[in-house]
Unconditional design. Structure first.
Length: 249
């Protein structure tokens, strides 16, 4: 979630027929035992409803535990809004991550509150509707969104640093086949993402960065890598008190 680094301006897609899919890796045993809380205690009712989007809209889906949210997340959201030319972006605060321990997970209501403070753009909709639907895995979330929003063009947004373990996500191929994906550059992940399982498996579906505004209208699988300003902030560093605020260009 090696191949040589392509020239961005001259990249052309490869045919699907020349790629053999690798076997899907199961989640670690420790992750399989984690049962994230799904209840929305203390969460205002509007956050437990799926945001409304009109037919024909281009909508970005930006999900995470946001524990805590920070300016780096806000930067990813703004880059996605601008480069993908989105009408909306759904900032989806998840009840928990099945691949991460919940011991240090802040209450859902608190993570929503902090996310609202960062997501100042009115077209960014902070939501936690997954808690109301008892959804645990991203594949199920995307299937739910697709079923409830016919005629809306969605694109899944993720940081490049998440691609390393993307093949450990439940039904990760189903995720790739549900909506187009925009991978946003993150410090330390610019080159390493190319060796990820998902990048190698779906290299034929890669779209030139210059066509990013068209991505949401494309049929999955389709994905692109978007360069831009990067923040060195991370949720883990913030929890550990070792965060760096200097931006990375």
């Amino acid at each position: 979630m090696g191949i040589a680094l392509p020239l961005w301006g001259g990249w052309r897609a490869r045919r699907a027929g020349g790629n053999k899919l690798t076997s899907e890796a199961p989640p670690p045993r420790s992750a399989a035992r984690i049962d994230p809380p799904h209840k929305g205690e203390g969460v205002a009712s509007q956050y437990l409803r799926m945001p409304h989007a009109m037919k024909g809209m281009q909508v970005g889906l930006f999900g995470g535990s946001f524990n805590p949210p920070h300016a780096g997340h806000g930067l990813v959201a703004e880059i996605a809004m601008r480069r993908l030319q989105l009408d909306q972006l759904w900032w989806m605060v998840t009840p928990g991550n099945p691949l991460k321990s919940t011991r240090e997970l802040a209450p859902l209501a608190k993570r929503i509150e902090l996310s609202e403070a960062i997501a100042e753009n009115p077209r960014i909709k902070v939501t936690a509707f997954e808690a109301a639907h008892h959804v645990r895995y991203t594949a199920d979330t995307l299937a739910l969104i697709k079923a409830r929003n016919p005629g809306v063009d969605f694109v899944w947004i993720m940081g490049a640093d998440n691609l390393r373990d993307f093949h450990r996500w439940q039904r990760w191929r189903q995720i790739v086949m549900t909506f187009p994906i925009a991978v946003i550059d993150r410090p330390g992940a610019t080159l390493s993402f190319l060796s990820s399982v998902v990048a190698k498996t779906f290299d034929y579906a890669r779209v030139d960065e210059g066509d990013a505004p068209l991505l949401a209208r494309m049929k999955a699988p389709a994905w692109t890598f978007i360069h831009g300003p990067r923040s060195l902030l991370s949720s883990t560093a913030l929890r550990n008190g070792t965060a760096k605020e200097k931006p990375s260009s």
